[in-house]
Design a binder for this molecule. Sequence first.
Ligand code: F6P
Length: 507
Amino acid sequence: MSDAIWSELKALPKPSLGELFADDANRLDQLATRFELGVGGDASGIRFDWSKTHLDAAHIAGFEKLATDMDFDARRAALFAGEIVNPTEGRAAEHTAQRGVGKAESVELAGQYHARMASLVEAIHRGVLGEIKHLIHIGIGGSALGPALAVDALAREGALCDVHVVSNIDGCALEAAFAACDPATTMLAVASKTFTTIETMTNAESAIEWLRDGGVLDPYGRVVALTAAPEKATEWGVDETRILPFSESVGGRYSLWSSIGFPVAMALGWPDFSEFLAGAALMDEHFRDVEGLANLPLRAAFADQYYTRLLGCQTRAVFAYDERLALLPDYLQQLEMESNGKSVKADGTPVDGPTAPITWGGVGTDAQHAVFQLLHQGTNIVPVDFIAAIFPGHDLQPAHHRILLSNCFAQGAALMAGKASEDPARAYPGNRPSATILLDEVSPAAFGALIAFHEHRTFANAVLMGINPFDQFGVELGKEIAKQIEKGGTTFDPSTEALLELAGIAS
Ligand code: F6P
C-alpha cells in the first residue's frame, strides 16, 4: 500500500513556494505554530514555522495517509508504552521516561536514578568531596555530544562548575582539558553506556594518571561513573556511591536526560536541570497526544520526507543563528544519521527509497560568508532549518542581536524569493525551502523542548520509512577492524598495510 501512496505523492503537482503563499491566505497560520512552554513560572515559547516548505494540502493529506498506512499511531503508542521498538536489539527506547513520560515503572525508576544524581550533584556543590571547581567529562558519541551542547548552550554565564567535555582519543583533546584545570580541584566524569568504549576508557586511564601525577592521592575517589553497566564501573575502580546508573533501554544518542546529563546538572544546578527535563516532557506530551499536521515533529517529518524522497535532496542543513547553539548541528548529525542512516527496514527487507539525508550545518552569520553561495545558487537543493532566539545571550549593544536576527530572517526570505537578473551569474532561482525555529529565549525548558522535538522528528521519519531508528550496527565493523589491528596478526589490503607500515603500527 505504501508504494501506491508514494506514487500518488510523486505524481502530485509541485507548486512553488511563491504560488503556495499566493494561493492560500491561511498558509502562515496553518504552518507556523507557537509551542507554549510555561515551565518554571515563565511564559516563554517556541515558534515552529514550516510555511516556507513545500507542504500543501494535497501533500499533507498524502503524508497523513502514509502515516496511517505505516501504523504511526501504534508505533508511537509502543514507544511511549515502553514496548520493544528496537527489534534487532530486543529493546524498548525509553528516553521519554527520563522526562517523566512513559511506562509507569520506567518513569519511577528514572525518578529514582535522578534522585540519586541530584543528591550527588548537590553534595558536590556543598563541598562534601572537597573543593571542586572543574569537571572533566570523558565520553564519546551520545555520551559526549549532548553534554557538550547543553553546557555550551545553557551554562556560559554563572556556571556552578567549569566543565570540559573530552571525547577524542587523540591526546591533544585531553591535554587541552588538563591545561585548563587544576588537578587539586578537578573531578572526572566517565560517561559510557557500555563502559567498554576504547576511546573513553583510554582517556579515563590517562586522566587518572594526570590526577595522580598532580598529587591526588586517591584519584579513583574523584571519579563519577555515568553508565548502564554499573558492574563494569565497579570493576574499573569506581566506588558504588559515585556510580550513577541509567537503564539499558535508554539509547546512547538519546541519553542526555539520564545520568549522562550529570555535567549539565553540575554546571546549571539541579533546579535548572529539572526545567530542562520539564521542557522536554511538554514536547513528549505534545508528540504523544496531538494528531496529524498539528503534531510539530510529525509535520517536520512530512517536510523531511518531501525533500528526501520526493525531490531526492541528499542533505539537509541546520544553521543556528546563536553562538550558544553552535554545537547543535554536531549533535543532530549523530541523532539523525546514526538513527536513520539505514538501508534495511525494521523487518530486515531492503528499503525502497533514500533514508536519512546527510545532516550538516553551522552557525550564522559565519556560515553566510562561507557556504551559503551553494544554498542560493548551487545545483543541490538543500532544505535548511534556521534556529534563533528573540532574547540575546549577551549584554552588548542591541545592534548585535538585531543584525544577527535580520540576517537569519533575510536568508530564509532570499532563498524563497530569489531574484531574476539578465546576468545569469547574478540570478537567484529562489523557491528554495527553509523552516525557522524561533525560541523566545534559550532557557533550559526551551532547550529541552527543542532537543525532544528533534528526537521525535527523527522517530517520526523512521516510522514513515519503516526503519528501526534505535540500532547502529553500521558503526561496528570499523571498531572490529581497529581491534584486529591493535591485536596484530591479520593481513589487510595493500593500501591499509602500507599505511600501517608508514605509521609504524605492526599488523
Ligand atoms: O560507536 C557508536 C556508539 O555506540 C554510539 O551509539 C554511542 O553513543 C557511542 O558509541 C558511545 O558509546 P558508550 O556510551 O557505550 O561509550
